[in-house]
Write a protein that binds this ligand. Structure first.
Ligand code: SF4
Length: 569
């Protein structure tokens, strides 16, 4: 069974921007936060906003306080003024593409032009646009309505951003023929069209289509309609619980798409549950996938990767790592990762719903695993000497303290109470900790040359930093909901990807420098690891067809590649 997720599935730019803005406002301010009307038509997102005390304002009170966010559809200018006059701080999250249409209408309305909007007069975006037409706005949903309008001396014609492209082409053709003096503007947003075109293509090469999104969401309903028109069996679900798996039993390939208001976590949950439910039809590969799931979810793959990276770092230092160092690194990483996952169940509910369920269901067992791994690592470090035991113990305590108030909240003052509160700290600390256990501890124990130890440390740290920062990109939506300040939240996805690319290029140079230093040129093969990571980043930027869990498996497997190369050179 092959599952393809449409690369256009989920939030469009305008919706993502509005959701980010309201969550950022809630995470940074103690003032009451409201959205003017429902932020988007998705019940799970609205529920999530309520859980974060972000309430909905359906009418404008005479007096109010707090922050009000104007949603992506925009509002009439008088509503924005009335909100400010009532005492609210207004954050305008109107999509820039809708703002462009507002600006066009405003400009021509000031010159006395009539405005003809091709769109539904009840749709919030159109209601907002009409507010800029100075009382001379007209809405049209059929050719007959357009023909019935008076011939205006001057008029500007625009379309609702989610309008059907073909229909708008017909409208423009009619205007050119019957009212050539009208000013025509192309205002349809490409996002909707791309989404519809993609599902048409995917429906042709797949046996079934699942459209995920709110039943109240107009664009999701239209997407489901487009899928249905292709003739490929399709179903529109609001959440995966509604899915009738028997209708998919004979399908060998399934395409999943989602409306512009569907969050990533619902899409991920759908993919994961569909894939899981259909595993029974493939007894052998299904079992392999089950095992891989457990290995990934419990971080065993990552821990094995840490052991392999220790061997790789040893090769860079011109030596052979003893098994004990690899085991210390493995146990340390396993315990810290499991502790981290136990502490981030809330964020995982939005990032990795299946992992959150697994950790909730098996919490005592997983805590036992973390404690057992931690004690094993400490015991092995103790066999190297008191200094190493103290080093691993300090790093373990730092890991446990990461999410705990070091400065009590009642003392007030700064917003930094936990190490976690320092923006971007997680990615940097994880990378540094891996660098210490995989390269510095073995280097000190073996008395390796300082320069080579530093090169190995930079190599390991660079790889782990890149993997952690990339994982943060994949988890950005859930992290924002949980109020985390990861690198992609601070810098944005584009800049974070740039940082990762430069880090990987720098990391790839390290084995080459080491190869020259130790006069063992085969060590340069280790550059394959960051090189392959760079290719994965490129694949992610070019084409997002791979699911985020597959990217994670590939990234984590590359640490094992470091061990394989170490064995071969
Ligand atoms: S569909 Fe287009 S215009 Fe509408 S909010 Fe999304 S990006 Fe903006």
């Amino acid at each position: 069974m092959k599952i393809s997720v449409a690369k256009t599935a989920g939030f469009c730019m305008g919706v993502r921007r509005a959701v980010d803005m309201v969550l950022d406002a809630a995470n940074k301010s103690d003032a009451p936060i409201f959205t003017y009307g429902p932020l988007i038509h998705n019940p799970q997102v609205l529920e999530m906003l309520e859980s974060k005390q972000i309430h909905r304002l359906d009418s404008i009170p005479v007096k109010g306080e707090g922050i009000v966010l104007v949603r992506a559809h925009g509002v009439p200018p008088e509503d924005e003024r009335a909100l400010a006059d009532a005492g609210f701080t207004v954050i305008n999250a109107t999509c820039p593409r809708v703002v462009r249409v507002q600006v066009i209408i405003k400009k021509f309305a000031q010159k006395g032009y009539a405005t003809i909007i091709i769109g539904d007069k009840k749709h919030p975006e159109v209601v907002g646009l009409l507010g800029y037409a100075r009382g001379n706005g007209h809405t049209v949903t059929t050719m007959a309505q357009l023909a019935a309008l008076p011939r205006f001396e001057n008029a500007v014609v625009v379309a609702q951003t989610t309008q059907n492209t073909k229909f708008y082409e017909d409208i423009k053709a009619w205007c050119r023929k019957h009212a050539p003096h009208y000013e025509l503007y192309d205002t349809i947003c490409g996002s909707t069209e791309k989404r519809q075109n993609e599902i048409r293509q995917l429906a042709q090469i797949n046996d079934a289509v699942i459209v995920v999104g709110g039943k109240e969401s107009g664009n999701t309903r239209r997407l489901a309609q487009v899928a249905q028109e292709t003739g490929t069996p399709s179903t529109h679900i609001e959440s995966v619980e509604e899915l009738d798996y028997s209708s998919l039993a004979s399908a060998h390939s399934i395409a999943i798409t989602a409306g512009a208001s569907t969050p990533n976590w619902i899409i991920k949950d759908t993919c994961q549950k569909v894939e899981h439910a259909l595993r029974d039809s493939r007894p052998v590969t299904g079992k392999v996938m089950d095992v891989l799931d457990v290995v990934m979810t419990t971080n065993l793959l990552l821990a094995l990767g840490a052991a392999c990276l220790t061997f790789g770092a040893a090769r860079i230092q011109g030596g052979d790592s003893a098994l004990v160092y690899a085991l210390i690194a493995m146990f340390y990483v396993l315990s810290m990762q499991v502790v981290n996952n136990v502490m981030t169940i809330k964020a995982d509910t939005y990032n990795k719903p299946h992992r959150a369920r697994f950790y909730k269901a098996h919490k005592p067992w997983l805590v036992g695993l973390a404690v057992g791994a931690s004690l094993s690592g400490l015991y092995l470090a103790g066999t190297l000497g008191a200094l190493y035991l103290l080093g691993i113990l300090s790093m373990t305590l730092l890991g446990f303290l990461y999410d705990i108030d070091i400065i009590p909240k009642f003392m007030g003052g700064s917003r930094f109470h936990r190490i976690k509160d320092v923006p971007g700290s997680k990615t940097v600390l994880i990378a540094a900790a891996w660098g210490v256990v995989t390269s510095l501890i073995p280097a000190f124990a073996d008395g390796t040359d300082v320069l080579l130890a530093l090169i190995a440390f930079l190599f390991a740290t660079g790889l782990v930093f890149s993997r952690a920062a990339f994982a943060d990109i994949l988890a950005v939506q859930g992290d924002r909901i949980a109020g985390k300040e990861t690198l992609p939240i601070l810098l944005g996805e584009t800049k974070t990807l740039k940082v990762i690319r430069y880090t990987l290029i720098f990391t790839a140079v390290m084995p080459v420098v080491a190869a020259i230093s130790v006069s063992r040129f085969s060590v340069a093969w280790m550059a394959l690891v960051p090189g392959t990571m760079l290719l994965l980043i490129k694949a992610y930027q070019d084409d997002r067809f791979l699911s985020s869990s597959r990217y994670e498996i590939l990234f984590e497997s590359l640490f094992i590649l470091a061990g394989v190369i170490a064995l071969m050179i």
